[in-house]
Design a protein around this ligand. Sequence first.
Ligand code: HEC
Length: 350
Amino acid sequence: MRGSRRISAYLLLISIVLLVSSWLFEIYGEEQRYFNAHPVMLALSKAITGLEKGLAGDDSAAVLSHAKTLKKIAGEGLLSIKPQKNEDMLQLFNEYGTKINSLSSEMVNLVKKKNLAKVSQLVEEVRRTCISCHMKFRTGNDEKGLFPLLGNVITGKVKILKLDGEKRTDRSNVVVFLDRVNNDAGVSLPRKNPVVSQKNRTFGPRVVPIVKGTTVDFPNDDIIFHNVFSLSKTQIFDLDIYSPGKSKSVTFPRSGWVKIYCNIHPKMVGHIIALDNPFFSLTDQKGIFVISGVPDGEYTLRTWHEFGNEVRKRIQVSGSSRYNYLLEIQEDKKFVQHKNKFGKRFKSKY
Ligand code: HEC
């Protein structure tokens, strides 16, 4: 009787020692990884980790508290860093800080409505924002993204060569996407409808990649009338003439390229690129793309560009790793003036 009690006391003691040491190891191990990191970055990283743990455990209270922390750090911390090197950097810190701040505000609202699935989408978007900033600032240490990766992350840059072989300085508006991830099953729609605005006789943004099934809003934010339409095989539609301040919407159930025009203004051109899964990215001015949360597997990485050829690259990803590619796009098409919705030439020039 006595003997067995002593044994259980020993066992208890041993398990307490093990528990405490693993806990200490976890804390110091983590500090060690982030040794020397900027305190704001550390705090951001901890908030993201906390959010992920909260989401994995379906713990709304934890998710809410980390979302609030993230919002606070992005607002006060990230926006308070004033890089000295140049104006561009300062502007980027402001831009990214504001973006993460507004994404986390949205998160807070969604947790309150108990919509944790959409919160996951937002966390993924914040992660992509972190990574794309790191790609701009931390030259040479691309692989050092010392915050947890869920799934694989595919990043890189595109280079665009014009018809005459010159390099394009603006490398934006390239869609980089993956073929058949998870056989394109279980696709989730975006938490908000993407918006293509009509303003100053321009569609903005000019290129909008979406996952098929998404509804896109087309508000008329101009002071004149417009008539959005498409004669593309993927989706033929005509929203007819509508006045400033009004908005109409279109759902795109099939994947493919949809060219959008205005029946009044021949120079207005936009592109909806409907894809089979949400693993895509639109490049920024520097040509940077970030696709995150990619499950292990073998895929084709593909590009779409208004005037360029399609680049295809077979890739294999596994083990929640980071992969970086440089893709070179060669322009091989010129702008050709399209016809109006009746297949006739436009009467006006503007
Ligand atoms: C505006 C640009 C920018 C954004 C946005 C940004 N970071 Fe950073 N981050 C940096 C820079 C610059 C460094 C390097 C700082 C240094 O070397 O002192 C850094 C370093 C880090 C580090 C230190 C370890 C390492 O990898 O070098 C971590 C961790 C980190 N960031 C996490 C995050 C997380 C998580 C987010 C998003 C919630 C984020 N960062 C968003 C610019 C950014």
